[in-house]
Design a protein around this ligand. Structure first.
Ligand code: C5P
Length: 235
């Protein structure tokens, strides 16, 4: 059995025979509100593995450097080994979640332009919102990296937003993580209904982890619907 290097809330990471690559296993475990709410979403690991693979492929074809190498099984993907920056980049098109609360906008109000936010990736502190000055002062990233991750966030937003619109899905917001691989900055982690908000363009129905966070029901079906709209695959 390969050595497990790390177990997170939704994934496990294993060493492989190739020192440059990791194996990521996607779990069904779901957490929200920094681990306060816990549960499982049936088949989430399979769905998020497939959905992430699809998005990484799409982004790669559009010139975004990422860590995804290939799918290994229903729940596993091979990725390039990254040293993850301790920053989460959130890009938003429509006010929802913590932004709606913070600035007092009703959920669903369109932002006149995309908003990029940085969060300090630290579970003990509940991933607090920070700005570029904090990130530099804390040594989380240098100037070039900060510029790059924010520019990449906006580019990724444009690529995903346009693609999803064709599939009648509205990209409300999403979270990205980046890391270094032999000095190269790559997009890492996952892109899935766990890390994005997707609303049906016509009905406004939520097709993402908010169904779990807010006990809206039909969580698995929502994730399945996202996979189906993206790839045509029915799980
Ligand atoms: O909660 P909030 O509104 O700040 O979330 C913004 C976006 O970032 C949502 O799509 C959410 O799923 C994602 N997110 C995440 N991991 C976190 C915090 C937020 O994937 N730790």
């Amino acid at each position: 059995m390969a050595q497990m290097l790390y177990e997170g809330k939704a994934k496990k990471v294993y060493a492989t025979e190739n020192p440059d690559e990791y194996l990521v296993f996607y779990k069904d475990d779901a957490t929200a509100f920094n681990g306060v709410k816990r549960g499982t979403i049936l088949n989430k690991g399979v769905l998020n593995n497939k959905i992430s693979a699809f998005f990484f492929d799409l982004l790669g074809k559009n010139g975004i450097p990422h860590h995804f190498v290939r799918l290994v099984s229903d729940r596993e993907m091979l990725v390039k080994k990254l040293t993850i920056l301790q920053i989460e980049v959130v890009v938003r098109n429509i006010a929802a979640g913590s932004l709606a609360k913070r600035i007092g906008w009703e959920e669903g109000r369109k932002l006149p332009q995309p908003v990029v936010e940085l969060y300090y990736k630290n579970d003990d502190l509940g991933d607090p919102l920070i700005n570029e000055y904090h990130a530099r002062a804390m040594g989380l990233a240098d100037d070039n990296q900060l510029k790059a991750i924010q520019e990449l966030g906006l580019k990724i937003n444009a690529i995903l937003g346009a693609y999803l619109k064709e599939k009648k899905l509205e990209l409300i917001d999403f979270k990205l993580e980046f890391g270094l691989h032999n000095g190269q900055l790559l997009l890492g982690d996952e892109i899935s209904p766990d890390t994005c908000r997707f609303w049906d363009s016509e009905t406004g129905q939520k097709l993402d982890k908010d169904r779990f966070r807010r006990d809206l029901g039909d969580v698995e079906d929502a994730y399945k619907e996202v996979l189906y709209r993206l790839t045509g695959e029915k799980l």
